[in-house]
Each structure stands twice: as C-alpha cells, then as structure tokens.
Design a protein around this ligand. Structure first.
Ligand SMILES: C[S@@+](CC[C@H](N)C(=O)[O-])C[C@H]1O[C@@H](n2cnc3c(N)ncnc32)[C@H](O)[C@@H]1O
Length: 288
C-alpha cells in the first residue's frame, strides 16, 4: 500500500472529483473523500506512483489519456446481478415483450439497448429470457446492444465468465444448467447467449452516437450517479433514440432521481421502473 504520508489531501480530492465529473458525469459528494482514497490507492500503487499529488500531476499531462480512463474506470460502481430485482423481468415477460413482439411482427425486428451494463449480467438475463419464452424471435433480427464506460467491465462482459458467487446471485439453477458450462472454478455463458449481445465501450455523458428505433432502453442504476442536469441531458437523448411506442426501464431506486419531463410512467405494477414517451400508453397493462 502507499505510505500514510501519501493520503489524499483536500486539493487533490477536489481535482479528482471535478475530473471524474467532467469525464463521466459521475458526482462524488463532498463527504466521499474516503471512497476516492479507497478506490484509487490500489491504482496509485499499480502505476508505481508516490502519492495522490503525483497522480494529479500525471493526470494533467497531455499524454495522460490511458491513465485518465483507468482513473474514471476505478471510480465507477459496477454492482450488478442476474435478473436484478426479479419482478420487473416478470413485467417484461408478461406485458411488455409480448405486445412489442405483436406490433413488430410485420418487420420482425427488435432492438434493445442497455446503458451502463456493467459486467453483462443484465443483457444476458434478457437474452436468456428471450430464448426461454419467445422462440418466435429465433429468426428475427433481434439486436441487444450493451454499453458501459468501463473498458474493464466491457472486457469481462464480452468474456462471459462468472464466479460461483456471481451465478449464485439471481440466476435460477435451471438457467445455469442450460446456458452455462463449467470453466475451471468459474462458469462460462454459452456461445448461443453470448453471441446475442453486442458490447460496446460508450460514455453516456458524451453526445450519444445511438441508432434511433430502440424498442426498450434499459438505464438501470446509473442515473443515481448523475446530477439533475446530466440526467435531463441523457434522458432527452434516450427519448430521441426510442421508438414512439418504446419503453424506458429504470432501476428500482431511481424514482426519486427521475425527472419526469420527458417520460410518463407505464401504469403497471412497479410503474416506477417503466416509462413511455407518449400517451396514451401503447400497452394493455393487465397481464396475459
Ligand atoms: C451500478 S452499475 C449498474 C449495472 C446494471 N445496469 C444493473 O442495474 O445491474 C452502473 C454502471 O454504469 C456505468 N457508468 C457510470 N457512468 C457511466 C457513463 N458516463 N457512461 C457509461 N456508463 C457509465 C458504470 O461503469 C457501471 O458499470
């Protein structure tokens, strides 16, 4: 570990806090000094630097591009799990996907986008759900695009290799048996599921190069890290990217951070998680 003398002073903390906000829109509260120290101390050691001051100096060099990415990466919170929060996946299966499929049948196309996908459990959960419950989609053009700022998370997601602990969190045993194979002490997701998802490194705090025509935009557990301005800016872009009858899905804890300017809630159970850009709602909301 770095020496105690190299602890994070207030000036370096403010520099790093501003830098992370400018780079990724991630807000680090004034009282999160300990978090920056905890997350960046291992990086400082790995980079062979002497102190946080040294890190700040290096970040200001014109050639610091790769170091800047590693610092932002280290400051992201990547908590995720398969079928996180469980219930909304049930709403997707019973209400949203069947009706979207019905409406898209003439074109046989479906495009789902996952912003802030972390290590891939969220898009892979949906890929498994599609394979399990909607075999009709096997010969449709189904695009699952998943993006995250963290290069390390995108690498892990593409690899599709999970620990026992990770597969124990939210993944039903029958899906583990059906779609994973043992690889040493880990579990590897099957190629049939892996190949359904296209992972991309993407910074959602930049103007988005998104194709329009997205049917469901998953933006779960990421707005909580942004301030109101950045949430609004991102949600406006999400709104533009969604089809007129598309659906935005947020995380369970995001009701209070969500500005309703661009969307209306879908009147279903867990309506705090599902939003539409138009009224009247293009979905029957009683389950099939
Ligand atoms: C808490 S995880 C949520 C993962 C998943 N959506 C879920 O709900 O389980 C938040 C993810 O957002 C990513 N993230 C944070 N800021 C981002 C940005 N500006 N652009 C893209 N991804 C970002 C982080 O790297 C992290 O993997």
């Amino acid at each position: 570990m770095i020496a105690p003398a190299a602890t994070l002073d207030l000036e370096a903390f403010h520099f790093i806090r501003d830098f992370v906000y400018r780079s990724a829109s991630i807000v680090i509260d004034e009282d999160k000094h300990y978090l920056v120290e905890y997350r960046l101390a291992p990086l400082i050691e790995r980079e062979g630097m002497r102190s946080f001051r040294h890190l700040v100096t290096e970040l200001q060099q014109p050639s610091a591009g790769p170091l800047r990415s590693r610092v932002v990466d280290a400051m992201t919170t990547n908590e995720t799990s398969f079928f996180r929060d469980a219930k909304p996946f049930d709403i997707l299966r019973r209400i949203i996907l069947p009706q979207l499929i019905e409406r898209r049948r003439p074109y046989r196309e479906l495009h789902l986008f996952f912003g802030g996908c972390s290590s891939g459990q969220e898009p892979y959960s949906i890929a498994m759900l599609i394979r399990q419950y909607f075999p009709e989609l096997n010969d449709w053009d189904v695009r699952l695009t998943a993006a995250d700022l963290s290069g390390e998370m995108i690498r892990k997601a593409r690899e599709g290799l999970y620990t026992q602990f990770e597969v124990n969190r939210g993944l039903p045993a029958r899906l583990l048996v059906q779609y994973f194979e043992k690889s040493g002490i880990h579990w590897r997701i099957s190629e049939s599921i892996r190949s359904m998802v296209n992972f991309q490194a993407m910074n959602l705090s930049q103007p988005l190069a998104l194709s329009t025509g997205i049917d469901i935009f998953f933006l779960r557990n990421i707005l909580i890290y942004f301030d109101q301005n950045e949430r609004s800016r991102l949600l406006e872009q999400v709104r533009d990217a969604l089809r007129s009858d598309g659906c935005l899905m947020l995380g369970a804890a995001e009701t209070t951070v969500f500005s309703n300017t661009f969307f209306v809630p879908l009147p279903v159970e867990f309506s705090n998680m599902f939003y539409l850009k138009n009224t009247p709602a293009p979905f029957q909301t009683t389950s099939a």
